[in-house]
Write a protein that binds this ligand. Structure first.
Ligand code: FAS
Ligand code: PHB
Length: 402
């Protein structure tokens, strides 16, 4: 097999990149480890920045999102028995976010790719990357499919294979630096076909721990509870989840909340992680393959999208203008926006979660908690502070190539 760009991974990063490249006539093949159905069964992000919305429109895959997605011009922070609304559009001069689940984005991209007849190899095993940094040879990928060894020759490899993928591991340890912070708690998420508890997202900081009331549509809700890392999803019946959630949501919201059977329930660990550089020779790390954020800032999927935008611009310049020098801009441009997203996600996580029973004990924990409560008051008590939160939440502008 031969192609221009080999894409490892059919998550949102790989599929969106593949769709954009194909629109420019840049041939690409996606190699994916599991089935499409398995990927669609993973419930993840729910909030899209304007930058990602624009990319999906440019990729010609936005029809259902524009019809079924919900534009949100604000969200709430609930803490110390008060609620502060972050009015995104007023504070940013008109910017908003789109509430449309990652599962639906992925489904739309998969359907568009299949309809256009682009090659995606699902259930590929033993995927290996070769000659990614060589002055003489072009890179290639080998994998096994239906018991057959396959070789895919290419010019470039986009490692869109997530945190546990093979691409980052292909970069030699003496070339890369990995930065990591693991949080001492997880998020227990529940998806239910119930009317959302509120018409906007509410992030709640309480003495019992963090909670988030989100949604996928007016008939499908998504909720999260902070739980200890030692907790197991089988410890949580639906009834126990609803009872605890009601204790963490504002009373007037909890009293009206519709409950019902969960259609998905899972615990996700929280970590901040960055791999530098995000590029090695002709291998480019994209999305979760290069970085992870705690979901408190709704940045994970959106940082993946901005990586895709940068690599798409570079590949377009390489193949349309025969400018290969620009490939060396990738990592520097991506990391500037990644580290900003990392900081915002870390900050939101520290402000909104309860650390005192897990990470530090005694007076240290109380002191940390007082600092974070003061931080929360500082950034919500005045419009300038709320503006800082709003501009980060809607997402900073994408950076152009030099
Ligand atoms: P993905 O991990 O989505 O996709 C990588 C793909 O590569 C997968 O399909 C995988 O099967 C494949 N792959 C892996 N190894 C391979 C190999 N060796 N060969 C071939 N293919 C391989 N973000 C938010 O903004 N909000 C959230 O609430 C949120 N919740 C999350 C919950 C969980 C449990 C997780 C893990 C992430 C969550 N995220 C959230 C972040 C998430 O949305 C990611 O940012 C997003 O999936 C990134 O997309 P990709 O970079 O495509 O990586
Ligand atoms: C979600 O709806 O899954 C969601 C929304 C906002 C977040 C995290 C998760 O910050």
């Amino acid at each position: 097999m031969k192609t221009k760009v080999a894409i490892i991974g059919a998550g949102p990063s790989g599929l969106l990149l593949g769709q954009l490249l194909a629109k420019q006539g840049i041939d690409n093949v996606i190699i994916e480890r599991v089935t499409g159905e398995y990927i669609l069964g993973r419930i993840r992000a729910g909030v899209l920045e304007q930058g990602m919305v624009n990319l999906l429109r440019e990729a010609g895959v936005s029809e259902r999102m524009d019809k079924e997605g919900e534009v949100h011009d604000g969200f709430e922070l609930a803490f110390n028995n008060k609620r502060v609304r972050i009015a995104l559009d007023e504070l940013t001069g008109g910017d908003t976010v789109m509430v449309y689940g990652q599962t639906e984005v992925t489904r739309d991209l998969m359907e568009a790719r299949a309809k256009a007849g682009y090659t995606t190899v699902y259930e590929a095993s033993d995927v290996k990357l070769h000659d990614v940094k060589s002055d003489t040879d072009t890179p290639y990928v080998t994998f096994e499919k239906n018991g057959e060894q396959v070789r895919l020759d290419c010019d470039y490899i986009a490692g869109c294979d997530g945190f546990h993928g093979v691409s980052r591991k292909t970069i030699p340890d003496d070339v890369k630096t990995e930065f990591e912070r693991v949080y001492p708690f997880g998020w227990l998420g529940l998806l239910s076909d119930t009317k959302p508890a509120h018409d906007e997202l509410i992030y709640c900081k309480t003495d019992r721990g963090f909670a988030l009331a989100s949604m996928r549509s007016q008939t499908r809700s998504r909720y999260y509870l902070q739980v200890p890392l030692t907790d197991k999803v089988e410890n949580w019946s639906d009834e126990a989840f609803w009872e605890e959630l009601k204790k963490r949501l504002p009373d007037d919201v909890a009293s009206k909340m519709q409950t019902g059977p969960s259609i998905e329930k899972s615990i996700a660990p929280l970590r901040s992680f960055v791999c530098e550089p995000m590029q090695y020779g002709n291998l480019f790390l994209v999305g979760d393959a290069a970085h992870i954020v705690p979901p408190t800032g709704a940045k994970g999927l959106n940082l993946a999208a901005s990586d895709v935008a940068t690599l798409y611009k570079i590949m377009t310049r390489v193949y349309k203008e025969n400018d290969k020098d620009c490939i060396n801009q990738y990592s520097e441009i991506c990391l500037r926006r990644v580290w900003n997203g990392e900081r915002f996600s870390w900050w939101m996580t520290n402000m909104m979660h309860d650390f005192d029973d897990v990470s530090v004990s005694g007076a240290d924990a109380i002191t940390f908690d007082r600092f974070m409560s003061s931080e929360l008051n500082f950034y919500t008590d005045n419009e300038e502070g709320r503006k800082v939160v709003a501009m980060q939440y809607v997402g900073l502008p994408y950076e152009d190539l030099k």
